[in-house]
Design a protein around this ligand. Structure first.
Ligand code: 9MR
Length: 328
């Protein structure tokens, strides 16, 4: 019997299964390109739509690389998630040279968001508008005192959503963060911030769960399902799984690949059962290209569905089996 790809199985179920990718991986690595087009029906720009990539000099916007990614996606019938408009990281040097005043910061942020969202208008069904603004290094998880907060104050958040919505009213707008999949504190604080934005009528449509974790720390299927239901019931928002990677030890201990497969399976099972989480994106194509190794100085590795030699792992087959069993 012909093996049906993850992409075919997901598409048949009305799900978006994707990966983060760098344009160079698609253009220079045929094996990587082959996996992306065969196995996924959507992609996220891992880096090429960030502030420093799109506005490397003040007022100078460079869209060529991101545009090539969009052309590739269109050619292969894939959707693209926009990532990300407002973040404390990946800012160009010119923006950080000196403290900004409120009026100047408002102008810069508005110009960036309007220019970028307008440029991609109609081509990005989803945007991560605001990324990672809850300070988990601070007791009480206050809002991060990032560059925009320092210059503008907390109203930069609602303004960002307003400007993005005005530039492309059809795109669904997300708040996106890590460590929302388990633990009460950060999740609770995030809900509070979103309610604050909703009270001010900010056009916010969804919550992105990045889901960078390790098997021992992953929530149970039931617990994660309950969380996805809270996103709908308490906030009235849709949820997306935006940056999944399930990190293992670099040495790859016996049993870890199976544990990883079970985590991937249970996340997708919860997403499907919730009826409120149609997007499932892994943070990279295959283990050859993962930020995790670099970030953990080599201690953690092997986070994705395909290994360093582009071979499908047990996690890949677990997702296919689950989709096949539900594909009706
Ligand atoms: O994977 C990305 C890595 O290549 C970049 O160097 C880094 C800084 O721009 O960002 C990484 O992606 C992050 C994402 O944009 C937001 N959530 C956490 C991701 C991993 O750090």
């Amino acid at each position: 019997m012909k093996h049906e790809s993850l992409r075919d199985l997901a598409t048949r179920r009305g799900l978006w299964i994707g990966c983060a990718v760098e344009p160079a991986q698609l253009h220079d690595d045929p094996a990587c390109r082959e996996i992306v087009t065969r196995e996924f029906n959507c992609i996220t720009a891992e880096n090429c739509m960030k502030f420093d990539a799109l506005q490397p000099e003040r007022g100078v916007f460079t869209f060529d690389v991101a545009d090539r990614l969009l052309d590739f996606a269109a050619e292969h019938g894939m959707a693209v998630r926009g990532h990300t408009l407002v973040w404390h990281n990946a800012l160009p040097a010119w923006l950080k040279e000196r403290p900004l005043g409120r009026a100047e910061a408002l102008d810069l942020l508005q110009q960036h968001i309007e220019t970028v969202v307008t440029h991609f208008k109609g081509r990005l069904p989803w945007w991560d508008v605001v990324n990672e603004v809850i300070d988990d290094g601070f007791p009480g998880y206050r809002l991060k005192h990032n560059l925009w907060y320092r210059a503008i104050g907390e109203d930069y958040l609602e303004l960002a959503f307003r400007w993005a919505h005005a530039a492309d009213p059809a795109s669904l707008l997300f708040y996106n963060d890590y460590d929302l999949q388990s633990g009460e504190q950060k999740f609770g604080r995030t809900l509070e911030m979103i309610r604050m934005l909703q009270a001010r009528h900010a056009p916010l449509h969804g919550l992105g769960f990045q889901f960078h974790t390790m098997p021992p720390d992953a929530p149970s299927q039931e617990a994660f399902l309950a969380r996805l239901q809270r996103v709908r019931d308490d906030l009235g928002l849709v949820a997306h799984l935006t940056e999944i990677d399930i990190n293992l030890s670099a040495a790859l201990d016996p049993g870890e690949l199976e544990q990883q497969a079970e985590v991937y399976r249970s996340i997708l099972a919860a997403a499907m059962a919730s009826g409120n989480c149609p997007v499932f994106i892994t943070w990279g194509v295959c283990d050859k290209y993962t930020w995790v190794r670099r970030f953990t100085e080599g201690r953690r590795d092997h986070p994705l569905l395909f290994d360093k030699n582009y071979q499908a792992k047990p996690a890949y087959y677990a997702l296919c089996d689950l989709l096949r069993s539900q594909a009706g």
